[in-house]
Design a protein around this ligand. Structure first.
Ligand SMILES: *Cc1c(COP(=O)(O)O)cnc(C)c1O
Length: 473
């Protein structure tokens, strides 16, 4: 019989004893007393639980020395002060990675967030009259200028924009939508369910792969309130398909005196054809069809902050601004500040291409990506040594975020094949690095795409591989 559980538990110092240790007295100066006491208490509780949970025969090995307690308490204090939402390194080559925060912001957008956030701002005040203004005043005329629309407003995100548009234009009425479009957006996020929260009733017409104008027309009755088109941006049903195009739907809406809503998802303000970046319709082209309302995201192909942008006929925009839901869905001042700066960049399209990280990354030419890949491979080879192979291969990046689904952007990939350790372990360690590093994994290889890497990311990646390489040895 060695030690009993009771004996081990009795050896644990009390909170008051620990508070007298010199190093803890130091910590008491650095952290507030109650925060420190809480950390000590939690450390001791965790240890007690571990002792109670262990088999008695395994209690010998348990550490109860002062250094152990100090380390535990300190790391608890430090980790509680660490942010959970961290800046991360995106080596996936997916430019609009929804789980990694979609579009990185331009320098000007960031500056505006800082400017507006550190003090007061003209958020809802009219500087000419000193009277109450509208937060939309900062972006409305910009949006009208950039899209040709009569009116504009912005809300929290595009899901909110669609909710508000339906709630305003079709509450208690039927909304006709093609089945193929509804199926498509039903995948990862339940937009159809969000839509029904508006009080509108979705009426699906057509088949998954084919919907004709007659399908819409046949479904119209005196309960119908709106015709809805959802841009098929998550993926595209290819091949044997038919969808009604916006101009035809607008025509049908006019004939039956019904508003038409175009959920564009990823709104583009630049003519991408001009830059060889795909064939996404621009918002301006949609507005030109005479459609009543168009909604799109601020953080997809606009390259700005999370936001839902609504543009269209003045009477409808006016009605939406007055809708009670608007108060619940409103955009916050930081997003608004960043959105305004992002939109201003588009006043000069060449500038938008240069200044917005989204377009910088998407338009990177292959020779430049090759250069970056070579640099990355070289740096990696130095730190991984015999732990794995580093090679370069041609491949493709993706726009991501449900945007430009068919567009593949040629890139140069750096491939790490570990000789030591499993590929999942390497990837997990990279993820848990500070800053966290996200890569692609394919079979037994880790793939890094330099397209989405910033200047400072390279040294952080080398450091991480070096650290984990050291642990593997
Ligand atoms: C992305 C998307 C949405 C949702 O937009 P959020 O800004 O993420 O809320 C809705 N509809 C379509 C067609 C989309 O592509």
């Amino acid at each position: 019989m060695s030690v009993t559980r009771q004996e081990v538990l009795r050896k644990i110092p009390s909170v008051d004893q620990i508070l007298l240790w010199p190093r803890v007295q130091e910590l008491n100066k650095e952290y507030s007393h109650s925060f420190l006491v809480k950390a000590i208490r939690e450390t001791l509780n965790q240890l007690r639980e571990e002792i109670i949970g262990r088999d008695e025969r395994e209690l010998e090995g348990i550490r109860l020395d002062n250094d152990f307690f100090l380390d535990e308490i300190e790391s608890r204090l430090v980790s509680q002060k660490q942010p959970s939402l961290k800046a991360a390194i995106n080596a996936t080559g997916i430019v609009l990675h929804t789980n990694l925060g979609r579009a990185p912001l331009s320098g000007e957008a960031l500056e505006q967030i800082l400017n507006v956030g550190k003090g007061y701002s003209t958020l809802e005040i009219d500087v000419r009259t000193g009277e109450r203004g509208s937060r939309y005043q900062h972006v409305e005329s910009l949006l009208c200028q950039l899209t040709g629309a009569e009116g504009a407003m912005v809300v929290n995100n595009n899901a909110a924009a669609v909710l508000l548009a339906l709630g305003t234009l079709a509450k208690g009425k039927e909304v006709i939508i093609s089945r193929g479009q509804l199926v498509e957006i039903g995948g990862s996020f339940r937009v159809p369910e969000v839509m029904e929260q508006s009080g509108a009733k979705l009426v699906e017409v057509g088949a998954t792969n084919k919907t004709y104008l007659q399908d819409y027309e046949r479904a119209i009755n005196d309960q119908t309130g709106l015709l809805l088109l959802v841009h098929t941006s998550n993926y595209r049903i290819l091949g044997f398909t038919a969808e009604v195009e916006l101009p035809e739907l607008v025509e049908l809406g006019k004939k039956h005196n019904l508003p038409v809503l175009d959920d564009l998802g990823s709104g583009v303000l630049l003519d991408l054809g001009e830059f060889n970046l795909g064939d996404e319709p621009t918002v301006a082209n949609r507005i030109k069809t005479g459609v009543d309302v168009v909604t799109f995201s601020g953080d997809k192909l606009l390259g700005g902050p999370q936001a839902g942008i609504i543009v269209g006929k003045a009477q409808y925009i006016q009605a939406m601004k007055k809708h009670p839901l608007t108060r619940a869905l409103r955009i916050d001042k930081f997003s608004l500040a960043a959105l305004e700066a992002t939109l201003r960049a588009y006043l000069e399209p060449e500038k938008a291409l240069k200044e917005l990280p989204l377009w910088q990354m998407l338009s990177l030419p292959l020779p430049e990506l090759e250069k970056k890949a070579k640099k990355l491979a070289q740096g990696l080879r130095k730190v991984v040594g015999s732990l794995g192979t580093v090679t370069i291969e041609k491949g493709f990046s993706k726009a991501g975020g449900g945007s430009l689904p068919l567009q593949e952007f040629p890139t140069c990939l750096v491939i790490f094949g570990p000789e030591e350790g499993k590929v999942e372990d390497w990837a997990a360690k990279l993820r848990r690095n500070n800053p966290p590093i996200f890569t692609r994994i394919s079979k037994d290889k880790i793939i890094l795409d330099p397209r989405t890497l910033g200047k400072n990311d390279y040294s952080a990646i080398y450091q991480a591989f070096k650290t984990f390489g050291g642990e593997q040895k």
